[in-house]
Design a protein around this ligand. Structure first.
Ligand SMILES: Nc1ncnc2c1ncn2[C@@H]1O[C@H](COP(=O)(O)OP(=O)(O)OP(=O)(O)O)[C@@H](O)[C@H]1O
Ligand SMILES: [Mg+2]
Length: 112
């Protein structure tokens, strides 16, 4: 299992969520966050003083999925979230050791 954490533009949440639903994703966690990347929160590439860090509103999606669907989900997120402009966001992938459904005690990918 892998955990996919992606940080996207709030305006893209709806289309990404719908797409992941259509692609049969089982569960996800959505958090409204603030962050910055290379431009340190500046919304134009060469504007502003980059010594100062500003934070912009973003949305964080976390999904734990079976290994075999990771690449498809990454491709789907990119397809829906990309505008080609700075600030489109990022995707991080981590290994997940185990998962447990509290209601049934099921473990591993069956519990996702
Ligand atoms: N290295 C990082 N670690 C943790 N979070 C990050 C990192 N880089 C970006 N983020 C998160 O992703 C959000 C969007 O980042 P952003 O798309 O601006 O990345 P970038 O590297 O600056 O790429 P771009 O040049 O396309 O803007 C940030 O607001 C922050 O929440
Ligand atoms: Mg950026």
């Amino acid at each position: 299992m892998k955990k996919i954490t992606c940080i996207i533009r709030p305006a893209k949440l709806e289309v990404v969520k719908e797409r992941l639903g259509r692609d049969g994703i089982k569960g996800m966690t959505v958090t409204y966050v603030n962050g910055c990347g290379l431009q340190k929160g500046s919304t134009a590439q060469y504007r502003g003083n980059l010594y100062e860090v500003n934070l912009l509103p973003k949305v964080k999606l976390e999904l734990v999925v079976p290994d075999e669907v990771v690449e498809d989900i990454i491709a789907a997120i990119i397809m829906e979230a990309k505008t080609g402009e700075i600030g489109d966001g990022k995707i991080f992938i981590q290994n997940v050791e185990d998962a447990i459904r509290i209601r049934t005690g099921e473990r591993g990918s069956i519990s996702l």
